[in-house]
Design a protein around this ligand. Structure first.
Ligand code: SF4
Ligand code: SF4
Ligand code: SF4
Length: 264
């Protein structure tokens, strides 16, 4: 199913944009995800990490560093302001704005190159209760918008080059903040929960996600194991859209793997 969706995107963009790159790009991502699903079905423990590395490294190293495409939020604002539906605008439309209506925050679990590194840290399950710091994401979101707006208002020259260096600087800042927060709060995903500006798009869209982890109440014995292993503090036993931290689910499937009754 996932492979079909990505192939449909690949072929439509290839034909409408007359650019073979889109066929390669979305086919590669679709195949990586399909491989991950295959490995998960075969019960390979690190299936998600394999996909995360395949897609994350491709986007960071090939698209970001070699092709000089700023795929971070500043790159999205940049392409949006120039009115071009290319690179970061397509990436945001597919992975972070409209895609989450179908596959929620699959991006955060299987593709993000920031989380790809943070997930190597030792705090896979949060050691402290969640903090009320989610407001910081709106500040970083506003700062990214203000930064690119200021460049346009100042008629900055050589914007492509500035965007490349903004990509490098932004990533260094994200990694530094993510690692410091992970150790400070005993939580690998603290950056995702409190700082990441992309969640301003991801959270409301994933609220309506078609794909969800659901709980079979007939099988569930309320042991609480699923909540203990969840990196994002989701109450997955509640099937309503309003489940606690429901828009945080990254489909890591740790809850599914650990449920002793196969209820998820
Ligand atoms: S919340 Fe942000 S940093 Fe975390 S995985 Fe999602 S996009 Fe990446
Ligand atoms: S781990 Fe399974 S049985 Fe236990 S509370 Fe969660 S869904 Fe229910
Ligand atoms: S453990 Fe389950 S509920 Fe928590 S983020 Fe992973 S898939 Fe979602």
């Amino acid at each position: 199913m996932i492979l079909v969706v990505f192939e449909a995107i690949a072929v439509s963009l290839w034909l409408t944009k007359d650019n073979l790159f889109y066929l390669f790009n979305f086919s590669y991502i679709g195949c990586s995800l399909a491989l991950g699903i295959f490995l998960f079905i075969r019960k390979y423990r690190h299936a998600r990490r394999v996909v995360q590395l395949l897609v994350g490294l491709y986007m960071l190293v090939y698209l970001g560093l070699i092709q000089n495409e700023n795929m971070q939020i500043e790159g999205f604002w940049y392409y949006l302001f120039t009115g071009v539906f290319e690179a970061a605008t397509i990436h945001y439309a597919v992975a972070k704005i409209f895609g989450p209506l179908l596959f929620g925050r699959g991006w955060c679990g299987y593709a993000c190159w920031t989380a790809m590194v943070l997930d190597f840290l030792p705090y896979k399950v949060p050691e402290q209760p969640r903090k009320k710091l989610g407001w910081i994401r709106y500040v970083t979101f506003a700062l990214s918008l203000a930064f690119v707006s200021a460049l346009f208002l100042a008629h900055a020259e050589n914007m492509e080059r500035i965007m490349f260096w903004a990509f490098i600087g932004g990533n260094v800042l994200y990694y530094a903040a993510g690692i410091i927060l992970a150790f400070a709060f005993g939580d690998n995903r603290a950056f995702c929960k409190y700082i990441c500006p992309v969640t301003v798009f991801l959270k409301p869209m994933s609220y309506f996600s078609l794909m969800r982890v659901e709980c079979d109440k007939e099988k569930c014995v309320s042991c609480g194991k699923c909540r203990q292993v969840c990196p994002m503090d989701v109450d997955v036993t509640d099937n309503s859209r309003k489940r606690k931290n429901g828009t945080e689910c990254i489909y890591c499937l740790e809850c599914v793997r650990n449920c002793p009754k196969g209820a998820l």
